[in-house]
Design a binder for this molecule. Sequence first.
Ligand code: SAH
Ligand code: SF4
Ligand code: F3S
Length: 469
Amino acid sequence: MERIEAPEYEFTDQFDIMDRIAAKNSLRPVPPKAKVDTYGCQQNEADSERLRGMLSRMGYVFTQDEFEADVVVVNTCAVREHAEMRILGNVGALSHAKKARRDMIIAICGCMVQQKHMVEKIKKSYPYVDLVFGTHELQNFPELLERLLKPKRRRVFSVSDAQGRISEGIPVHRDRGVKAWLSVMYGCNNFCSYCIVPYVRGRERSRLPENIFAEAREIIASGYRDITLLGQNVNSYGKDLNSGVDFAYLIEEINKIEGEFVIRFMTSHPKDATRRLFETMASCEKAARHIHLPFQAGNNRVLKAMNRGYTKEEYLDLVSMAREIMPDIVLTSDVIVGFPGETDEEFEDTLDVLERARFDSLFTFIYSKRKGTPAADLPDPFTRQEKQVRFDRLLELQNRISAEKHAQYVGKTVRVLIDGEGESGEYNLSSRTSGGRLVHLMGDKALIGSFVDVEITDSTTWALFGNIL
Ligand code: SAH
Ligand code: SF4
Ligand code: F3S
C-alpha cells in the first residue's frame, strides 16, 4: 500500500482553550447550561454531537429550554428554502430569551451561514446573534466561544471557504441510546445542478480508515447496536486517499468487530454504486439489508440537466443487480418533483420508476431554488400548484406501493433491534428490521437495545406491528 497523505491534524491547541473555559466554569455555583439545536441531515446531527462534546468538555450541561441556557448553538441546513425559513423563524424567536438574559450567547453555525447573503442578513437583521461560524470552522468553536466570554465582547463572524484538513480527536457527546452516527467523509464533489451542499460543505475529504475503525470500536464498546456510516456519497469514499481503500472495505472491516450490531450507511450515489458494494453487503452478516439510493428523477433529459451521471435505464439495472444479489434488500430513495422545466410528460417517467423499482419508502421533495446553483438560472415555467398536483400523485402511488410491501411481512418472522419506547398506543416499544422497517411491539422496556425475533401481525403504509417470540 502506498503512503497515505493524512488530510488531518490533531485537535490539541483547542484542548488548552477548553481547559481554560472549564476551569472558569467550575468556579460557578452551578454549571452553565447549553442548548444545541440541529437542522438538516445526519451529517449535521454528527457535527452537533461534536459541538456537544466540546461544550461538555468546557463544563456545560445541557438543557432543552432556551430561557435557561447560557449558550445556544443553532446548527443549520441550507438544502431547501423551507428549512432556511424555519431556522430564521426560530432564531427570531430566540430574541425573547436574549431579552430576558442579556449575557446569553447565541451562535449560528453550519451550512446556511456558509452562504454570503445569509451572513449579511444575520449581520443586519439579527443583531442579538453573537457568533456565526461556518462548516469549516467547527473545530475552532472553543476559541470562538472564548472570545465571547471576555468582558468586552463583540460579535464574531468566522466563515470561510478554506476547507482545511479533517480534525481528528474532537470530543463527541452522543445521546445515550441504541443508534450512533459515524462520519466517514465530508463534502461532496458531484455538483448536482439543484444542490447547495457542495458549495457549503466543500470538496470530498475521506477520514483515514484507522480513525474510522477506532471510532467504530469505541461506539460498539459503549453499547450502541446500530451504527450509520455517513457521507454525502459514501461510494466515493477513499478516492482522495489514493491508497486503494474503498467504502466496501470499511464495511468488511467494521463487520469483523465482535458483537451483535447493525451497520448502516448513507447516502450512496447511483453513479458510483458497484457490484462489489452489493456483494460485500451480502457477505457481511452485520450489514443492514437496506440501501438508500436516491434517483431524483425518472426522465433522462431531466437527469442530465440535474447532472446526476446516470440514466433511468442504468438506475433500474442497478436496482435489479442489488435485488439479484440480495433478494430481501429494502430499497428507499429520494425524488425531486418540479425541477426547472420538467414537463408533465417527463414527470410520468418518475412515476414509471416508482412502479418498476417498487421502493419500500420514498423521501419526496418539491424543487427549491438555491441561489448560486446552476439550476437557479434555468427557466422554471410551472407553477407551485402544478408541481403540487404532481407531488400528490407521486405520494398516492408510493403510499400504495409501501402499503403493499408492508403487507407482505404479515405472518413472517423477522429479527429486529428494539431501539426505543413506542409512540403508538398500547405498543410501547419501537424497533427496526435489518432493512430499517419500523416495527411496533409490546414488551418490557428493559429489552431496549436487544435483538429479538418477532412475528409480524399487522401492517400499515408506514409501519409494521408484531409480537415478540
Ligand atoms: N448526497 C445525497 C443527498 C443529500 S440532500 C445524495 O446525493 O443522495 C438530500 C435530498 O434532498 C436529495 O437527495 C434531494 O432529493 C433533496 N434536495 C437536494 N437539493 C434540493 C433542492 N434544491 N430542492 C429540493 N430537494 C432537494
Ligand atoms: Fe447534493 Fe448531489 Fe452531492 Fe447529493 S450528490 S449532496 S444531491 S450535489
Ligand atoms: Fe442540509 Fe447541510 Fe445536510 S445543507 S442536508 S445540513 S449537508
